[in-house]
Design a protein around this ligand. Structure first.
Ligand code: AMP
Ligand code: MG
Length: 488
């Protein structure tokens, strides 16, 4: 089978990457193939499932027209500068133009060591690959820009972590794998030509309208800031916590990328942190917008010489663009949160209404997803709000809020509100205890049943799916999984 690769990144200067061959895996087995995604890429699904196809998906055979390479990048990890990171355990297989006309990277994760591996083994283990598969596909189904899961395979060998773990390869698809850290890498070397080459590449690939601007690099910075502001607003509206918002984990195309110890919150609490390595709460839910802005400031610094010939003017422009992030994020977040309570044409007082609900949810540890989902039933009928009231320990203040809210909806029409809420209040998110249970069954018993079922439920997050109602429920106290691990 021929992959119709067209590898634009491999045509960039040699210092942008290292050419590498993936490691041979002893006995790869396909765990899951994302057939609709594969078909959308013009790939032959039956062939991918064949013995030859599995060898390609595992990295054991490299298609003739692929250009397997590891990308160079740097980054700020938890605020600390690391001049050389790069793909230490990921290999770009190539790029395909999908059926929608968009260029997509196909990447193996866990395909072995590269010149960027430092002390690492270049490998991935099954659990984190399944987590990335579930959560990235859930994000996509929720309408949130994300890299996607094409396939996950076990490799037939064990990888050493805290103990031996089943080895895996994860095949992912992304708009591209260029990160803020990729720009930082060249800027740090004083390689202005590299920064410019990369910026031109990113404009061509992701922001073609910036080409028309008087200064395309200014337009690029503005466009990236806008996309990231919109993305983070979407994260906040579903309670997604990335967990490792380092600049090397931030896509220049505005997609959610590099799923590590990420998780969705159950009970609404802005201070929520899952990642076991995030001991100071730097990447807590409430901090995500601020951190995104800080990361964008690293991008602005890298682009500075391209923004204006005069440094003072370049800085002035960058500062303005970065401060506009706040307003862009706030307005997208407000629009999203108000849509969750059925309000489209917002007034000043509506914002207070939304904030009051969030304050109640915080004080009473109400489940975020279910609170919003159950609001629809409570819109018309006070009796039907029993399920909603049950999420709150002291429902009285909620009752008062519901009265005010119903009054507000009556002014613009309940039907319209309900339609809006159906599109913005999912019933199903990848709840951490469900994700962990699916991983445990897979790792300990090679049982992929729970993984498959969860994946199926998460594909239609806005539908009721009564058969799978249990998946909509928060964990019971003994089921709560308070921490997540990178597993790298
Ligand atoms: P991550 O935490 O997955 O975003 O990775 C941060 C950096 O560490 C990237 O440069 C990765 O390529 C590298 N890295 C993570 N895990 C491994 C591993 N097992 N072997 C080699 N490099 C790794
Ligand atoms: Mg990363």
């Amino acid at each position: 089978m021929n992959f119709s690769f067209d590898n634009s990144y491999a045509r960039l200067p040699e210092r942008f990457f290292a050419r590498v061959e993936p490691l041979h895996m002893p006995a790869p087995q396909l765990v899951r193939l994302n057939e609709p995604l594969a078909a959308g890429l013009g790939l032959d699904v039956d062939w991918l499932r064949s013995e030859d196809g599995v060898q390609v998906l595992a990295g054991n055979s490299v298609p003739a027209n692929a250009a397997s390479l590891a990308m160079a990048y740097a980054g700020h990890q938890f605020g600390n500068w690391v001049p050389r990171l790069g793909d230490g355990r990921a290999i770009l297989l190539g790029e395909i133009i999908d059926h929608g006309g968009t260029r997509r990277d196909i990447q193996w994760k866990g395909a072995g060591r590269t010149p960027f591996s430092r002390g690492g083994d270049g490998r991935a283990v099954l659990g984190p690959c399944l987590r990335e598969y579930l959560i990235s596909e859930a994000m996509w189904a929720l309408g949130i820009p994300s890299t996607r899961a094409l396939a996950v395979l076990t490799t037939g060998d064990q990888v050493r972590r805290e103990g031996p773990k089943p080895g895996a390869v994860f095949v992912r698809v992304a708009a591209s794998h260029v990160r803020i850290g990729t720009f930082e890498y060249f800027a740090n070397h004083g390689d202005l030509h590299g920064v410019k080459t990369l910026a031109d590449y990113v404009i061509e690939r992701h922001y073609p309208q910036a080409r028309e601007a008087a200064n395309p690099y200014r337009a690029l910075l503005r466009a990236v800031i806008e996309r990231v502001a919109a993305l983070i607003a979407q994260w906040q509206c579903v309670g997604f916590i990335h967990g490792v918002m380092n600049t090397d984990n931030m896509s220049i195309a505005g997609e959610t990328i590099d799923y590590g110890p990420c998780a969705f919150m159950d009970a609404y609490d802005p201070a929520t942190v899952f990642s076991s390595i995030d001991t100071t709460g730097r990447y807590a839910y409430v901090n995500q917008p601020r951190i995104a802005q800080w990361n964008l400031s690293r991008l602005a610094l890298a682009l500075l010489p391209l923004l204006d010939a005069e440094e003072a003017k370049a800085i002035e422009f960058a500062q303005q663009a970065l401060s506009d992030f706040v307003q862009q994020f706030e307005s997208a977040y407000r629009r999203g949160m108000l849509a969750k309570i059925g309000i489209e044409d917002a007034r000043e007082s509506d914002l207070v209404l939304a904030q009051e609900l969030l304050a109640l949810m915080t004080a009473q540890h109400a489940d975020m997803t279910l609170t919003f989902r159950y609001l629809a039933q409570a819109a018309r009928d006070p009796i039907a709000s029993a399920a909603l009231r049950a999420l709150f320990t002291i429902p009285l203040p909620l009752d008062a809020w519901l009265d005010r809210w119903r009054g507000r909806l009556a002014q613009t029409g309940i039907e319209q509100a309900l339609a809006l809420m159906r599109r913005h209040d999912p019933a199903f998110i990848p709840r951490n205890h469900r994700v962990e249970a699916a991983i445990e069954a897979a790792e300990q018993r090679a049982d992929f049943g729970a993984f498959g079922e969860l994946l199926q439920v998460l594909a239609k997050p806005f539908e009721d799916q009564p058969r799978y109602g249990a998946y909509a429920q928060p964990p019971l106290p003994h089921e709560i999984v308070p921490a997540t691990f990178c597993g790298t």
